[in-house]
Design a protein around this ligand. Structure first.
Ligand SMILES: *Cc1c(COP(=O)(O)O)cnc(C)c1O
Length: 433
């Protein structure tokens, strides 16, 4: 099937999407057996690499020292938020409501610290072993010495980004001493560009979409010698960096007395842009906990790129503008018209459902989360909340709901400047009746 045929699809979900209507799509292939093209061993390999770098990270990013250089976020129970939602929507929410607060991730204040930093570490390790004399069991703090800084300065790292990936990669790569370039799409916030320039990163601005910024960035990097392009549309390393979350969350769930199973389902609500972070996290969770994990992707009605790719089976061969959508959203990181080449394929049997939301909703949840739990997240990071009630309403086994856990993956926020956060909050307040 080609794009033109997809345009003529009579699929009722695609018809709704063309009208910017909200949809809730249950993936018919969820739970089928499949060859996923990634393995559990690769997740453990990535986790071991994070561990090797932990002493280095604790040294160069002192904010990570109290966790011994581990880059991880807390898993928080948000009961008052649950009660506030129940009151607001006059609907009972059975089960526990948790927030995976990636808004508090060190270095970038977003989920991008998982994939983006990981890929920089992997590249730095490769260069350090080839050009220096690093071996696996060394104390990696040696990489913070002038000798290695000089070695890294002969190499470049480049990336295309809507903002947060650029932050995580830019800050980390510049810290190692790499010549670092971030190609930013038009929707990227000014404060993110300023922060990167402060760190000595070369920020190239495009008055165009993410798809254009990444395509141009990739071409430019290919012409430069010794420049490594971190490719959000197809990188395996980014994906594996995200997948390590599976190992980390398993322990955090255990500490809360939660063992996922069919009768104790864990629903994980993940906002999707290009689809890399939610698919990497979902893959990690379902490899480490093979039963009871139900990933639900959430996307703006104006940019349902991963959902469109999966429903049509065209994955990265279709973009939301192919069905006439404008691709615009206030949700940072989600304004991505075409999905990654990895997401749809890996998620074919792992995705439980997909939901689309209107931008206004996420500002309301941002307000409710602040009021009930004193937690600040950026608008896109509140998107997961929009999918909870639709998920509950469409369950096959409502009898298990009382044992359920709902995890909203709050993908970013702690680095948003106070003034902008206040504006988001004020905007959200106005939307309540
Ligand atoms: C990047 C991002 C996402 C989505 O991740 P993708 O890998 O693009 O799907 C969600 N929320 C925030 C805050 C992000 O920065």
């Amino acid at each position: 099937m080609n794009n033109v045929e997809a345009l003529n699809l009579t699929n009722p979900f695609v018809e709704s999407m063309k009208r910017y209507d909200k949809i809730y799509w249950r993936n018919p292939d969820f739970g089928e057996k499949a060859d996923l093209n990634f393995t559990q061993a690769e997740i453990f390999d990535a986790a071991a690499r994070w561990d090797r770098f932990a002493p280095y990270l604790a040294e160069v990013f002192p904010e990570t020292a109290k966790q011994n250089g581990m880059i991880e976020s807390p898993l928080l129970e948000i009961n008052d938020m649950k009660h506030q939602m129940e009151a607001e929507f006059e609907s009972k929410i059975d089960g526990r409501l948790l927030l995976k607060a990636d808004s508090l991730m060190p270095i970038s204040g977003s989920i991008k610290s998982r994939g983006g930093i990981y890929e920089v570490l992997k590249f730095a390790e490769t260069v350090a072993m080839r050009e220096g004399d690093l071996v696996y069991s060394d104390d990696y703090r040696v990489l913070a010495t002038p000798r290695y800084h000089k070695i890294f300065s002969h190499y470049g790292i480049a990336v295309g980004s809507t903002g947060n990936l650029g932050l995580s990669i830019g800050i980390t790569a510049a810290t190692f001493g790499f010549k670092t370039t971030v190609h930013m799409s038009a929707d990227a916030r000014q404060w993110k560009k300023d922060k990167l320039r402060d760190k000595g990163v070369n920020v190239v601005e495009y008055d165009d979409s993410f798809t254009v910024a990444i395509t141009k960035g990739r071409k430019i990097a290919a012409k430069e010698i010794n420049t490594y392009f971190i490719d959000d549309e197809k990188s395996r390393d980014l994906f594996l960096g995200y997948a390590v979350a599976g190992i980390r969350l398993q322990k955090q769930l255990k500490d809360l007395g939660i063992t996922p199973s069919v009768s104790h389902p864990v629903f994980v609500y993940l906002p999707a842009g290009v689809g890399g972070s939610p698919s990497g996290v979902s893959f990690g969770l379902s490899q480490i906990m093979p039963e009871g994990i139900y990933p639900v992707f959430v996307e703006p009605t104006h940019v349902p790129s991963v959902t469109l790719g999966m429903i049509t089976g065209l994955n990265s061969n279709i973009a939301v503008n192919d069905i006439g959508l404008d691709g615009k959203t206030e949700a940072d990181g989600l304004a991505v018209q075409r999905p990654s080449q990895i997401a749809g394929e890996v998620m074919k049997t792992l995705l439980y459902a997909s939901h689309t939301f209107d931008d206004e909703e996420i500002y309301q949840y941002l307000v409710m989360l602040k009021d009930s739990a004193s937690l600040w997240v950026e608008p896109s990071a509140a998107a997961g909340f929009t999918a909870i009630l639709p998920t509950i309403q469409q369950l096959d086994h409502p009898e298990f709901l009382k044992n359920a856990t709902h995890i909203v993956w709050a993908t970013g926020g702690s680095m948003v400047p106070e003034k902008e956060m206040q504006e988001y909050y004020q905007h959200g307040l106005k939307l309540f009746k």
